[in-house]
Design a protein around this ligand. Structure first.
Ligand SMILES: C[S@@+](CC[C@H](N)C(=O)[O-])C[C@H]1O[C@@H](n2cnc3c(N)ncnc32)[C@H](O)[C@@H]1O
Length: 273
């Protein structure tokens, strides 16, 4: 299990002793202590992610299993909880049986850092800021559109697509009885050069933000410069909308002043020709 050098400082800054609501093995406490997400917040996290029966959800550090169990019971989703503390995994399995969802809610004693996140369409977490940041690189590599919901902690300068704050009178930690939820949708990685009959499209990307420059060979000035947001596999801006379809970036809508892009399509491969 990875040790976080900043954990002690963070845990102290957060809520000190009140943070620990159950006795835990020392090793697990070195990363993130066991604190439950209150039921109303669990429900709000799943609603924010738009969880449905089509989803496969994973809760990273699943505690007593409540998020995975609620996703199965209320939304019909299949889920996995990975948890480093064995007795919490036992408790989660018993809770899943009691809720009648043991066939859809699985629990494993497993380090969240050693877990393959690729099979999941929804990832939930109630960890710590530094742990979220440690996971960020792996999360950004997941399939475009994967939804990530974090209870209370953000991911630094990767701004969420949506956030909301709830009053939570039964929250066991913190002076303010509130929880903040953040939702990210993994944006497709579209940065770089894209080429096609309409010219060369150079895309710069920072998380969900992109800026695009369209050039034609022999012309010094760019034909078009525009920016917007990457929403899963779609690039949306006032000038145009593009959609990543396989290896092709296709223009699906153009504003009147972006006629140079009308019905254009680009690929990275075409730049090598
Ligand atoms: C704040 S609790 C959240 C529990 C649950 N997800 C919820 O929201 O109710 C964090 C959990 O992560 C577990 N944990 C800490 N480090 C872990 C690791 N490296 N791998 C898996 N679980 C871990 C802790 O034991 C604890 O149960």
């Amino acid at each position: 299990m990875r040790l976080l050098p900043t954990f002690a400082a963070q845990a102290a800054a957060l809520t000190a002793a009140a943070f620990f609501c159950a006795p835990q093995p020392a090793a697990a406490q070195e990363e993130v202590p066991f604190i439950t997400t209150p039921d109303a917040v669990t429900l709000a996290m799943l609603q924010l992610a738009g969880v449905s029966a089509a989803d496969r959800l994973i809760d990273l550090g699943s505690g007593d299993g409540r998020i995975v169990i609620t996703a199965a019971r209320r939304f019909g989703a299949r889920g996995l909880g990975v948890e480093i503390v064995p007795h919490l995994v036992e408790q989660s399995r018993a809770n899943a049986r009691k809720a009648g969802v043991a066939d859809r809610a699985e629990f494993r004693v497993q380090d969240l850092f050693e877990t393959d996140l690729k099979p999941y369409s929804v990832i939930t977490m109630y960890l710590l800021p530094a742990v979220n940041l440690q996971l960020r690189g792996a999360l950004l590599k997941l399939a475009p559109g994967t939804r990530i919901v974090s209870h209370d902690w953000d991911m630094g300068d990767w701004a969420p697509d949506q956030s909301l704050t709830l009053d939570v009178p039964d929250k066991t930690i913190g002076r303010e009885k509130k929880s903040t939820l953040h939702l990210w949708r993994v944006p497709a990685d579209v940065a770089g050069r894209w080429c096609g009959p309409a010219g060369e499209l150079q895309l710069a990307q920072r998380f969900q933000q992109f800026s695009a420059t369209l050039r034609r060979p022999g012309l010094a000035a760019p034909l078009l410069v525009f920016d917007g947001r990457v929403h899963s596999t779609d690039l949306r801006s006032t000038a145009a909308e593009l959609s990543l379809q396989g290896a092709e970036l296709r223009v699906t809508r153009t504003a009147p002043d972006a006629a140079a892009l009308e019905r254009a399509s680009f690929s990275r491969e075409a730049c090598a020709r």
